[in-house]
Design a protein around this ligand. Structure first.
Ligand SMILES: Cc1ncc(COP(=O)(O)O)c(C=O)c1O
Length: 390
């Protein structure tokens, strides 16, 4: 970049240190047969009937602009799904379809955050939230969660960080990177707390279809007095193995959502039209592929939980999503070093907690997005590596 342009950069653009990630990817590129348990991208392909719907849309010339909030029939189907699956009462005019939940996050922060506003975020966390809040001039405020609470967000930890500048709380359940499901009783307490302090709740439920036996998901906006102060985020990437299609959505009270339609139009006019038809097929078609993927994830999760315990590595109970957040401190290595050495010596790629805003240097995220046989092979390599360094 020329000096002229670097000097011209707006103040909101801050340099992120991505050297660790780059180093990991470069190391992996130079090795054979790396087992990648790092990214949050399902190893399954999008179910064929969803792919077919996009092809059909193209054949029928459905490749023009749509309403900026999304195809009306898709928004209807989203409203039906939210009602049926989570008991949420939204109508189609309370929904905006975006390029993944990612664009919903940016749109929402543009709509909510004034300079110096503080936004509380479940932590360790999906750090897009930090970036989006900062780019709007706000201040991201992590709310830590702990292994001994199975990484559930705790009301006392939230309350301790509320100031007169607190605008919103981001609740991500199940969470990335911990897989933690915040229990319904705690969600009820959090609801009372946000009402008492008059703050907005952003409820990121992108992993809500991936819940394992023994855990229960509760959508905060179903609770009394909560719809009016909650924006619910959800999408297609995780449950339907549709990461590359880029479809997600936000849902909130109509008067608020209406005000975001123009900003949404400014960002990208509308979500890719054939991808919206694919998303429609995902919701209205058979759900057995989702169930089959969930069963497979469940099997991998059970295996990994047992294997990690056998290796002497503890974790918070992962009630949902497809991640286990594991404590590697028993190995004596700080987690970034653990990940680098495991990759170099054991050819297994996992990510340290530092990539999720956790500076404890104790944890790594393992995403179980490889076939069980490969996960078993990865555990064998990890065991060998730990035996060597331990
Ligand atoms: C908690 C959370 N929210 C949002 C996203 C963004 O998902 P997408 O933009 O693919 O819908 C992710 C992706 O990993 C995530 O983990």
């Amino acid at each position: 970049m020329t000096d002229v342009l670097t000097h011209a950069l707006a103040m909101r653009i801050v340099e992120e240190d991505v050297s660790f990630r780059t180093r990991m990817l470069e190391t992996a590129a130079g090795l054979d047969d790396v087992i990648a348990l790092g990214r949050g991208d399902p190893d399954f392909h999008t179910p064929p009937h969803i792919v077919e719907a996009a092809k059909r849309a193209l054949d029928q010339n459905q490749h023009h602009y749509t309403h900026p909030a999304g195809l009306p029939q898709l928004r209807e189907a989203i409203a039906d799904t939210l009602r049926r699956d989570h008991g949420l009462a939204y109508n189609r005019d309370e929904i905006i379809v975006t390029a993944g939940v990612q664009e919903s996050i940016m749109l929402l922060m543009l709509g909510l955050v004034n300079p110096s506003d503080e936004v509380l975020i479940t932590s360790p966390r999906f750090t897009t939230y930090d970036m989006a809040v900062s780019m709007c001039g706000g201040v991201p405020v992590p709310v830590p969660t702990y292994e001994e609470d199975d990484f559930a967000l705790m009301p006392a930890a939230i309350e301790a960080r509320i100031t007169p500048r607190t605008k919103a709380l981001v609740l991500v359940t199940p969470n990335n990177p911990t897989g933690a499901v915040t229990p319904p009783a705690v969600i009820r307490e959090i609801a009372e707390l946000v009402k008492r302090h008059n703050i907005v709740l952003i409820s990121d439920e992108i992993y809500a279809k991936l819940i394992y036996p023994g855990s229960e998901h509760l959508s905060a906006a179903t609770l009394p007095g909560m719809k009016e102060r909650t924006i619910t985020l959800n999408g297609f990437s995780k449950a339907y193995a549709m990461t590359g299609w880029r479809v997600g959505y936000l849902a909130g009270p109509e008067e608020f959502v209406r005000m975001l339609v123009e900003p949404r139009h400014t960002l990208s006019i509308n979500t890719n039209t054939p991808a919206q038809f694919a998303a429609l097929a995902a919701l209205t078609g058979p759900q057995d592929a989702v169930q089959a993927m969930l069963e497979e994830y469940s099997e991998r999760r059970s295996y990994l939980m047992g294997a990690l315990s056998d290796l002497g590595m503890s974790y918070g109970h992962p009630g949902g999503a497809f991640y286990i957040y594991t404590n590697v401190s028993s190995t004596g290595l700080p987690s970034p070093r653990f990940c680098e050495e495991l990759l170099r010596q054991g050819r297994v790629m996992i990510f340290p907690g530092s990539m999720f805003g956790d500076d404890s240097d104790k944890y790594v995220r393992i995403s179980y997005l490889q076939p069980l046989a490969r996960i078993k092979e990865a555990v064998g390599r990890m065991s060998e590596f730990i035996g060597r360094v331990g």
